[in-house]
Design a protein around this ligand. Sequence first.
Ligand SMILES: NC(=O)c1ccc[n+]([C@@H]2O[C@H](COP(=O)([O-])OP(=O)(O)OC[C@H]3O[C@@H](n4cnc5c(N)ncnc54)[C@H](O)[C@@H]3O)[C@@H](O)[C@H]2O)c1
Length: 340
Amino acid sequence: MISENRTALVTGSAGFIGYFLCKRLLADGFRVIGVDAMTDYYDVALKQRRQSMIMQSQNFRAVNDRIETPGLLMDLFAKEKPDVVVHLAAQAGVRHSIDFPRSYLESNLVGTFELLEAMRAFPPAHSLLASTSSAYGANTEMPYIENVRADHQMSFYAATKKATESMTHSYAHLFDLPSTMFRFFTVYGPWGRPDMALFKFTRAILAGQPIDVYNYGDMSRDFTYVGDLVNAVRLLIDTPPVRPKDGVVLAGDSLSPVAPFRVVNIGNSEPVQLTAFIEAIEEATGMKAEQKRMPMQAGDVPATWADTSLLTSLTGYAPRTSVTEGVKHFVNWYRDYFNV
Ligand SMILES: NC(=O)c1ccc[n+]([C@@H]2O[C@H](COP(=O)([O-])OP(=O)(O)OC[C@H]3O[C@@H](n4cnc5c(N)ncnc54)[C@H](O)[C@@H]3O)[C@@H](O)[C@H]2O)c1
């Protein structure tokens, strides 16, 4: 392996994806500064456990504060001058944004603004920021392609994420900041989020309780295993976009004609029916789910499916983990963590 002397700043480092990414960057020899406010959107103990594991590395430094705090990121950037920035901190969750929109405004919009200002003052070689498949909103043509317009977001969460894409594009254009926006597709795996279906279903099934199955089970998702996703992010770190000469962009590339900026789907490119996903949990737990069929939830979409040809052509990436295998890893972790 090439020896590293780069510093990476990761926001959302105690989160589900942030934890795995920090572990990977530390293993690759990066110095990592992790910023995470340990918000109480879900069980803080889970975040503390994740953080305590990465803190075992001497090359990791934790800053537990809110990214939208004026001056916090500016001071940190002035001191640490990170080479790479991966921005994962956000108020996540589609449904929660219906009742608590202000927290999305603060963490996702103001927080990203503070980050952009810090990067303007102390430009990293490459910044990579998390957007979401929810940005595709009401689009029904599948698979989702980065170059197709995505203007009809269905939740305020998705709207804030789409807005961060535009905000980042303007800074990339004006201040020459190479920036990649990821559109992540339903990420799952060990240490996953308690607000997401896999966690909720596993908890209920193991407790002998019914599970809520929305849209009467007629849903599909492009489930992405966290280990595969981290591999994709790691490859993209070393693939910074370059402002195109004379605005000429290759067919199939989402590169901006006027900025070193690109949007990239990270998914499995293999949508799975919710019912098949539940069967994988039943197989992994050895228990049958009692399903409560419910109507579609507000703000949600019935299907997602990533076209990942841009990611593959940029990095050679190919996902390795099947849903059966990935769900097994999660269930094994869950039983071990909660001792059930
Ligand atoms: N998990 C998925 O399926 C998925 C899908 C699409 C997009 N994303 C995006 O990927 C990123 C990471 O998601 P995750 O699943 O790891 O979520 P997560 O909630 O586990 O991690 C986010 C972390 O950010 C921290 N945070 C939130 N607001 C903050 C603030 N204002 N200041 C500092 N820290 C703050 C939280 O404490 C948390 O630890 C998010 O931006 C999310 O929107 C995730």
